[in-house]
Design a protein around this ligand. Sequence first.
Ligand code: XIL
Length: 315
Amino acid sequence: SAALRQHAAARGKFIGAALATGPLANESAYRDIAAAEFNQITAENAMKWDATEPSQGRFTFTGADAVVDFAAANGQQVHGHTLVWHSQTPGWVQSLGATAMRAAMREHIAQVVGRYADDPAVVSWDVVNEVFDDSGGMRTSFWYNTLGESYIADAFRAARAADPDARLCINDYNVEGINAKSTAMYNLVRTLRQQGVPVDCVGFQGHLAIQYGFPGQVQQNMQRFADLGVQVRVTELDIRMVMPRDASKDATQATYYRDTVNACLAVTACAGITIWGFTDKHSWVPDTFSGQGAALIYDENYRPKPAYTAVHDAL
Ligand code: XIL
C-alpha cells in the first residue's frame, strides 16, 4: 500500500518529519524512508540560532541548506524551525542589552528568513517558540526579561517583512488539549491578530507520553484556534513510553497516533502533522526524558511499528 505522503496528499494534508543532519548525511535507510514517506520536512536543529548565527553577524547555513536541498530534491516542503526561542540560542545574544538585543533579533530574522524567501521549498516558519510557562503565564526567558512581551509582535513583523509569502507560526508544547496554557495561547493569538500582528498559524508540538493519557479535547482546541482565522498544525509529534517497550504499550501508542491524525483530519484548518523524527534510532526522547523512549513510528532498525500502521490507516 502507498506511502504516508500519498495518503496525506489525497486528504489535502501534509505528513512531515523532523530530520537531523548527521543521519541525513550518513545513512541511506534514513534518507530513503524520509524521502518516500513524508512530504514536509522540519530541520530538527539545523535552523536554530546556535546553528545559523553562532557569533554575531556570522551566519552559517551548511546544515540548514542540506535539509532544504534534500527536501527540494524530493518534492517536499520545508517548515522553518525556529527563529526566536530561549533555548539553543548563543550566549552572545543572551547577554545583550535591550536595544542591542531587539536589533539582533530583527537582524537574525531578516537574514535567516531572507535566505529562503525566494526558495519555493520553504513555506512557513516557527517565528516564536515556547513563549509560555506551564501555567499559562509568559515564560520568564531572557527575551521576556530583557524586552518584555513586545518581542513577540516584533518578531512576527520582522518575519513578514523578510518573506511576505511565508506562513508565520507560534509554536508551543502542552497546548494540544484545552487547558490553562492553551487558553493563554488562544488569548495571545486573538489579541495579536486584533492588533494586526501577522500571526498566520498555531503549532501544537505534540510531545505526548502514553503514561500521562491522551490530552482532552484536541479537536475542539484546534477548532477554536481555527475559528480565530489561523491555520493550525501538529509540529513535533512523538509519543513516548516508559521503557522497556512492549506490545501493549505499542498498541496504546498507536491509538494516540491515530487519534492525533483523526483530530487534524476533522479540522479543515489543520494543515498537517509533523513527527519529531521517524525512527527510534534517532530521537531526542531518551536523552531528555530519563527511562523513556520508543516514541516514533519506526523502530531503531527502521522497521515500521504499530504506530506507523495507525498513521497509515487513519490517513
Ligand atoms: C530538540 C531536538 O530534538 C534535540 O536534538 C535538541 O538537542 C534539543 O531540541 N521543542 C522544540 C524542539 O521546539 O526544537 C526541540 O528539539 C524539542 C522540544
